[in-house]
Write a protein that binds this ligand. Structure first.
Ligand code: PNS
Length: 160
């Protein structure tokens, strides 16, 4: 049984994340989407809100579960008997940080592979940061976040 973890902040989930989830789900038996509890980073959405939105999104897939985690990703991966970590890479600019993180995780857990997936080109510039900025200024989020979550994300970002 192949298990992959797709970790991230997902603050909030974007169409780019959703694209990666759908690609990763096909490659493994079990995919765990894991939202990091990061006390150092102030977030627009609470971890509970992010987990709830992701859980709704992945509900058509029986092999995809959503949860949150504290601490080191490699420890969470070990606890869940994961074979690999999934990360999305949109552009070369993502690569340096992702490469360093993958190598550091490999140092900590040599048997845990990092697998990079590319989302559709049209999501290359889509990021949670832009979603937060555009949403908080009343901009259109139609091409940026999953349709079924759009209204909730718009409302939440507008009210702060
Ligand atoms: O969506 P993000 O913010 O790019 O995701 C980053 C994330 C959550 C994958 C990364 O910060 C992480 O794994 N944090 C957990 C702490 C950890 O393991 N740090 C060592 C990384 S080398």
């Amino acid at each position: 049984m192949r298990t992959a973890i797709y970790p991230g902040s997902f603050d909030p989930v974007t169409l780019g994340h959703w694209d990666i989830i759908q690609r990763a789900e096909k490659l493994v038996d079990r995919l765990i989407v894991a939202v990091l509890h990061n006390p150092e980073k102030s977030a627009a959405f609470s971890v509970e809100e992010r987990v709830t939105m992701l859980t709704e999104l992945v509900s058509p897939f029986e092999n995809v579960k959503v949860t949150s985690f504290h601490g080191l990703l490699v420890d969470f991966a070990k606890q869940n008997h994961a074979d690999c970590i999934i990360r999305g890479v949109r552009a070369f600019s993502d690569f340096e940080y992702e490469f360093q993180m993958a190598l550091m995780n490999r140092k900590l857990a040599p048997d845990l592979e990092t697998v990079f997936l590319m989302p559709k080109e049209k999501y290359s510039a889509v990021s949670s940061r832009f979603v937060r900025e555009i949403g908080s200024m009343g901009g259109e989020l139609k091409e940026l976040v999953p349709e079924q979550l759009r209204e909730r994300i718009v409302k939440r970002l507008a009210t702060g």
